[in-house]
Design a binder for this molecule. Structure first.
Ligand SMILES: C[S@@+](CC[C@H](N)C(=O)[O-])C[C@H]1O[C@@H](n2cnc3c(N)ncnc32)[C@H](O)[C@@H]1O
Length: 214
C-alpha cells in the first residue's frame, strides 16, 4: 500500500483510503470514528472546506459522499494522483491540488487531521493555512497524543492495525507534537482554541481554532 515517493521530505505515502476500506477491523473503525468525531466538532454543511494534507482520501471521500463541499490539498503528487483514482472509482468529484494551492483560494473551514505530526516546519504550514482561511473561518486540528500507548509503542499499533512493518517504518510520525507545543504555535500566531475534545479513547485530540487572518 506504499506509493512511489514524490521526493518531498514530509510526505506520508501510505494509502489511507485503501486502509480505511480493506485494513483490519481496528484500522477501519479508526477511520470511521475520525470522520464521525470531525463532523461533531464543527459544522461543515454549506461551508467551503479544505482538507490540508488529504493523503488519498480517507477523510475527504466520506465527506464528499455526504455532500460536503471539500477541496483536497497534499504536498505529495503521488497521494493526490491516487486520490483522483479513488474519486473516479467511487463516482465522486472533488477539486484536488498537489504541491501548491491556488493563490486566491479561500475556505470557511480548513481541516488539518493527523498532519502536523508529520511536518517539519509546523509554523509555516499554519501560516499558509491562515492565508487561505476566510475571515471568521475555522481551523480544525486533530493531533495524536504522543503519550498514548499506540503512539509510544508503534509496533503495537502495527500489529493491531495490520499495517506491514515496512510500510509503517516509512509512515510513522517522527515529530510527535505535544499539546503545549501546539498551543504555543497557535498563540504566537494570535490564534485561540475555542473548542477541544478527546477522540478515540484519547488517542486523538480535536481542536477548533480561530487563527488570525494573514
Ligand atoms: C498521516 S497523513 C493524514 C491524511 C489525512 N488528513 C487523514 O487524516 O486521513 C498526513 C498527510 O499530510 C501530508 N503532508 C505532510 N506535510 C505536508 C505539507 N507541508 N503540506 C501538505 N501536506 C502535507 C502527507 O503527504 C500525508 O498525506
Amino acid at each position: 500500500m506504499t506509493l512511489p515517493s514524490s521526493g518531498g521530505t514530509d510526505t506520508f505515502e501510505y494509502d489511507l483510503f485503501e486502509a480505511s476500506r480493506s485494513g483490519s477491523y481496528l484500522e477501519r473503525m479508526f477511520h470511521r470514528r475520525r470522520v464521525a468525531e470531525l463532523t461533531r466538532i464543527v459544522e461543515l454543511d454549506k461551508q467551503r472546506v479544505l482538507e490540508f494534507g488529504c493523503n488519498t482520501g480517507a477523510i475527504l471521500i466520506p465527506l464528499r459522499r455526504s455532500g460536503v463541499d471539500v477541496v483536497g490539498y497534499d504536498i505529495s503528487a503521488a497521494n493526490v494522483d491516487r486520490l483522483r483514482v479513488h474519486l473516479v472509482a467511487e463516482g465522486l468529484e472533488a477539486k484536488v491540488h498537489a504541491g501548491e494551492l491556488p493563490e486566491d483560494a479561500q475556505f470557511d473551514v480548513v481541516l488539518l487531521v493527523n498532519v502536523l505530526e508529520y511536518v517539519t516546519d509546523k509554523g509555516s504550514v499554519l501560516d499558509k493555512i491562515a492565508r487561505h482561511l476566510a475571515p471568521n473561518g475555522w481551523l480544525v486540528v486533530c493531533l495524536a497524543d504522543p503519550s498514548h500507548p499506540f503512539i509510544r509503542f508503534g509496533k503495537l499499533r502495527t500489529f493491531l492495525s495490520g499495517r506491514s512493518h515496512d510500510d509503517i517504518d516509512e509512515a510513522e510520525p517522527t515529530r510527535p507534537l505535544a499539546e503545549p507545543e501546539f498551543l504555543e504555535l497557535i498563540i504566537t500566531r494570535g490564534g485561540r482554541v475555542v473548542r477541544r475534545a478527546w477522540g478515540m479513547g484519547r488517542l486523538n485530540c480535536w481542536y477548533a481554532v480561530k487563527l488570525r487572518k494573514l
